[in-house]
Design a protein around this ligand. Structure first.
Ligand code: NAD
Length: 500
């Protein structure tokens, strides 16, 4: 069969990479399934895309924001129409089960419709001036071409979280998606084209992070950069952007805990941890990677959890009845295997810990859902991000200890608490050092219309989603109009030579 050769999208055209090189995109559930090849772009391709985006920005910034929003409405409609097709393509290249990729696309739809209405808001402030016959107000201006660098685990949702608000605010964009999921990004850009995005406003450059990604981040004509991915990559990007004084949003790793108190609804908490730990094969930034169990329920909870975990079905995410798909690639598998060795030396392996050996799974990156118990707070299994189907169970005595353990990691994305005690729940909001805290719900499940992000090593203070992201993609401009016809001096006239 002929291999499908894909292209970059630059300045309104699908174009071959200047490098002439391509990388393969294979199905992680079946490595024999070659989806196609995509451009291995280099700095020259990025230069070309940025030049197009500078041009596109000139046109797009003067398009009224409600009109920009109307385009996003059409994008939402097209995503809705093509939801199933995109979800299937996303599962094929990324591995997570179809139910989850449908959710991934739905998040894109929600983000599009939110962005569409934001085109009629983008509020500024009008405030009283301290001087007579003078107006004082602020409004939001676009910034310029935005460089968007995205990870593999939400191939639709994360690019849309960045791209749609950036566009509504009047910026042009250059997207560099993760090299594991180029097909979903290609389908997304095709939808923008079909919705009528003008040339140069949306540009897509495929390639490896160290090449295309690094060139985009360091490009002097890209004043705003938004990155989601590992903390290590984020640190490197932070250095570049810091030196160049760029506006930068970083969303990075996590080591999220679900805390279960003795008084919790045990069935509910077990459903929560199964979904949180093994959904997306543990490859969510908000995945439940630590389970903190209070003494009184620890043993009974763990016994029941092991039974439920053993019943999870691994397989190709496109097949009915499958709960857990493959890991994304060989290096993810190696990383998980390295942590299994660490776990064996630090704690007790209770289930899993090996490659899946069932028939039909040998051609994919399938790893059994794994649980370690007796994990000591502060040990490597308790504090390092694994990004796979591996859960560390930690025992605690009281709520103070649980909160201490939750906070004893360098990350701060999500946390979850199962309890019937309202006082403990409200303490958790105040005392858990995370950007998100869920009560009686798992660590995953963010909604598109609320701000999303983490504290400590997870983020750098910005948020995606909701209303806050619109501030990231625009600059506040303050405007004064003095219609008094005389020189009025702020901070002086009202005091030293004041009118009173
Ligand atoms: P990654 O850091 O390996 O790659 C992310 C993106 O950065 C890819 O597009 C990659 O090509 C690019 N990249 C890599 N090196 C680069 C460089 N030097 N310069 C510029 N770009 C570069 O991450 P991943 O493996 O795709 O995703 C997994 C990580 O993402 C996990 O740590 C996870 O917690 C994190 N994540 C965080 C969030 C969040 O919102 N906090 C959401 C999803 C994933």
């Amino acid at each position: 069969m002929r291999t499908v050769k894909n292209r970059n999208y630059i300045g309104g055209e699908w174009v071959d990479p200047a490098t002439g090189e391509y990388f393969e995109n294979r199905n992680p559930a079946n490595r024999d399934d070659l989806i196609g090849v995509w451009p291995m772009s280099g700095a020259a391709d990025v230069d070309r895309a940025v030049e197009a985006a500078v041009d596109g920005f000139k046109r797009w910034r003067s398009t009224p924001a409600p009109e920009r929003g109307a385009l996003l409405k059409r994008v939402g409609d097209l995503l809705e129409e093509r939801k199933e097709e995109i979800a299937r393509a996303a599962t094929r290249e990324m591995g997570k089960v179809l139910l989850e990729t449908r959710g991934d696309v739905q998040e894109g739809i929600d983000t599009a419709y939110y962005a569409a209405t934001e085109g009629r808001r983008l509020f500024g402030h009008t405030v009283p001036s301290e001087l007579r016959q003078k107006w004082a107000m602020s409004y939001r201006r676009p910034i310029g071409p935005a460089g968007l660098v995205t990870p593999f685990n939400f191939p639709m949702a994360i690019p849309t979280w960045k791209m749609f608000p950036a566009l509504v605010c009047g910026n042009s964009v250059i997207l560099k998606p993760a090299e594991d999921v180029p097909h979903t990004a290609t389908l997304l850009v095709q939808i923008l084209i079909d919705a009528g995005i003008p040339p140069g406003v949306v540009n897509l450059v495929h390639g490896l992070g160290e090449q295309a990604g690094a060139a985009l981040v360091a490009h002097p004509d890209v004043p705003v950069v938004s990155f989601t991915g590992s903390t290590e990559t984020g640190r490197a990007i932070g250095r570049t952007c810091g030196e160049m004084h760029k506006r930068l949003s970083l969303e990075m790793g996590g080591k999220n805990a679900q805390i279960v108190m003795d008084d919790a609804d045990m069935d509910l908490a077990i459903d929560g941890v199964l979904w949180g730990a093994f959904g997306t094969t543990g490859q969510r930034c908000t995945a439940t990677s630590r389970l903190l169990l209070q003494d009184g329920i620890h043993d009974a909870f763990l016994d029941r959890l092991l039974v439920r975990t053993a019943a999870l079905r691994l397989g190709d995410g496109l097949r009915d009845g499958v709960d857990v798909g493959p890991l994304i690639n060989e290096s993810a598998l190696q990383k998980v295997e390295a942590y299994i060795a660490i776990g064996r030396s630090e704690a007790e392996l209770r289930i899993g810990g090996r490659l899946a050996s069932d028939d039909g799974l040998e051609d994919g990156f399938f790893f059994e859902p794994t649980i370690f118990s007796e994990v000591a707070p502060g040990s490597r299994m308790a504090i390092e991000e694994i990004f796979g189907p591996v859960l560390s169970v930690i025992r605690f005595h009281d709520v103070d200890e649980a909160f201490f353990i939750n906070n004893e990691v360098s990350y701060g994305l999500s946390s979850s608490l199962y309890t019937r005690d309202t006082n403990v729940a409200f303490r958790a909001f105040a005392e858990l050092d995370n950007g998100l805290t869920y009560i009686n719900a798992p660590t995953i499940g963010a909604e598109a219309h609320l701000p999303f992000g983490g504290v400590k090593q997870t983020g750098n203070g910005h948020r995606e989603g909701g209303w806050e992201v619109y501030e990231f993609y625009s600059e506040t401009k303050v405007c004064y109009v003095d219609y008094s016809g005389s020189l009025q001096r702020a901070q002086i006239d009202n005091y030293d030579a004041g009118p009173y």
